[in-house]
Ligand binder design. Structure first.
Ligand SMILES: Cc1cc2nc3c(=O)[nH]c(=O)nc-3n(C[C@H](O)[C@H](O)[C@H](O)COP(=O)(O)OP(=O)(O)OC[C@H]3O[C@@H](n4cnc5c(N)ncnc54)[C@H](O)[C@@H]3O)c2cc1C
Length: 452
């Protein structure tokens, strides 16, 4: 193999999308180098999917491991595009193709003038907030820590915002129960819900615990919350059905986790005192032609020292990569082909265009509502709690992209044995710099003993 002409493809990001593409390309005899910024390659599954999805996380970890720990795949951890390696430099190395599978890790900025100056002083974005929730129990965690205050505020409306408001409630009620000498695990509280857990411990009314429940504030109607998606070209009837599903899902989640919802309100200013955020000023909205229009004379305030903004995740801008608006500059959303440089493709969450959504829709057809209910944990008690189809969209999208990349690559002459070897020498050098030997040894070395 070492002295044969062949293709070598680089992938940045080793999670659902990157590992799926690596597996498929390696199975076609292509050498694949997976550069991953973190020590562990699990991406959103480890850092974005709240840790109460324990079984799902473990299962996905195994699937990612199986795809990366195989002949033909060379993993290079702790190597970040834009920091340890530059895009233009990598392009110059002469890989047969380069795949960007680096996900969507930049929080959509909160549209309040000057808001970001208050980050870390009461304002937090959803991605670092869930990272804290997932990793804070590990002894080695050294990032910021949050104590959920009364009436914490989450701005959002999608699944990720429900994750955040659930964290508020689980943390607050867990603490209130502990103060009464009742120890419940976060997993039990999430699984059974707040009222049922209280009842099981002889508390008839959870309100008697005196928790000031958190607020979820959304700019449109509850029926517009992107918790479930209508099929493409939905009829008016189908849209109405989806709206009813969204309302039902939210009501169930509220019953189980007791949070407040304030629809049709737009944040316009942070309230601050001295060095801290103390709340948010909102204005009410009205819907006109499907748009939330602010009613400037209808302002109200919510007060809390924690505000989490969960209004969407976007690809991170990276030096050398041309953006078109908030996304990379794709020539074709279906293939993820990056316009400025031939042979570069986006795959997975990093492409949030039609290609990915289409694949995800095809895959998740008919199970979207079921899935979302499972994701939210509001499905009937007797049904199993698997949400494994959740990653199916990213995987299906990555599989389609990998097939396209393979066709692109295979239509070109392979690298000479010397060119391929020169690339792999760079790879081995970097692997030894970061201390990587084999996948199994590396994972054993970097997995915290107390990882959930
Ligand atoms: C709240 C929530 C909602 C979800 N909704 C959906 C949905 O609607 N549809 C769907 O298909 N799936 C959804 N999922 C499932 C799942 O998150 C994604 O489908 C899947 O994890 C995306 O995989 P990915 O590999 O594209 O991205 P990620 O899991 O984000 O992986 C990207 C990887 O790239 C690495 N990386 C990032 N930047 C760099 C860099 N500069 N250099 C090197 N490495 C880098 C990261 O460390 C990470 O390992 C959802 C998950 C959550 C938590």
């Amino acid at each position: 193999m070492g002295d044969a002409n062949r293709h070598v493809v680089a992938i940045f990001g080793g999670a659902c999308a990157g590992s799926t593409a690596a597996d498929i390309l390696a199975a076609r005899g292509i050498d694949v180098v997976v550069f991953e910024q973190n020590a562990r390659p699990y991406g959103k599954i480890e850092d974005g999917l709240p840790r109460w999805h324990r079984d799902q996380r473990r299962m996905e970890y195994k699937r990612i491991d199986a795809r990366l720990d195989r002949p033909g795949v060379h993993v290079v951890p702790r190597t970040r595009l834009g920091t340890d390696l530059q895009f233009d430099e990598v392009i110059g190395w002469g890989f047969s193709a380069v795949l960007l599978a680096n996900g969507a890790w930049r929080d959509r900025p909160l549209d309040i003038p000057g808001a970001d100056a208050w980050l870390g002083r009461g304002l937090v974005y959803q991605n670092p907030f869930i990272y804290w929730f997932n990793h804070a129990p590990e002894a080695s965690y050294s990032g910021p820590r949050y104590t959920i205050p009364p009436g914490a505020i989450c701005i959002g409306g999608g699944l990720a915002s429900i994750d955040v408001i659930k964290v508020f409630q689980l943390e607050q009620y867990g603490r209130a129960l502990a103060a009464r000498g009742i120890a419940v695990t976060m997993h039990d509280l999430e699984h059974a819900g707040i009222a049922a857990t209280c009842l099981a411990h002889g508390i008839d009314d959870p309100a008697s615990l005196g928790v000031a429940d958190g607020w979820l504030v959304y700019r449109r109607r509850v029926e517009d919350m992107p918790l479930a998606t209508p099929p493409p070209n939905a009829t008016a009837d189908q849209v109405l059905k989806i709206e009813a599903v969204r309302r039902k899902m939210l009501t169930k989640a509220q019953e189980k986790f007791r949070f407040h919802v304030r629809p049709m309100a737009l944040p316009v200013a942070l309230l601050t005192e001295e060095d801290r955020v103390t709340g948010v000023r909102f204005v009410e909205t009205e819907m006109r032609d499907g748009k939330a229009v602010p009613l400037d004379d209808r302002a109200f305030d919510l007060h809390s020292t924690l505000v989490v903004s969960a209004i969407g995740s976007l690809p991170e801008p990276l030096p050398g990569i041309v953006m078109k608006g908030t996304f990379y500059d794709y020539a074709d959303w279906d293939t993820g082909a990056y316009a400025p440089v031939p042979g570069v493709f986006g795959v997975g969450n990093v492409v949030t265009g039609r290609g990915n959504i289409k694949a995800s829709e095809q895959h998740a057809k008919g199970v979207a509502h079921w899935l979302a209910e499972h994701y939210l944990g509001v499905q009937p008690e007797q049904t199993p709690r698997s949400i494994d189809q959740m990653t199916a969209g990213a995987e299906a999208g990555a599989a389609v992209a990998a097939a396209q990349v393979a066709s692109y690559v295979e239509a070109r002459p392979p690298l000479t044995a010397a060119e391929a070897e020169a690339l792999l020498v760079r790879v081995r050098t970097r692997q030894s710099q970061v201390g990587y030997g084999t996948y199994v040894d590396w994972m054993a070395q970097v997995t915290p003993a107390d990882a959930d």
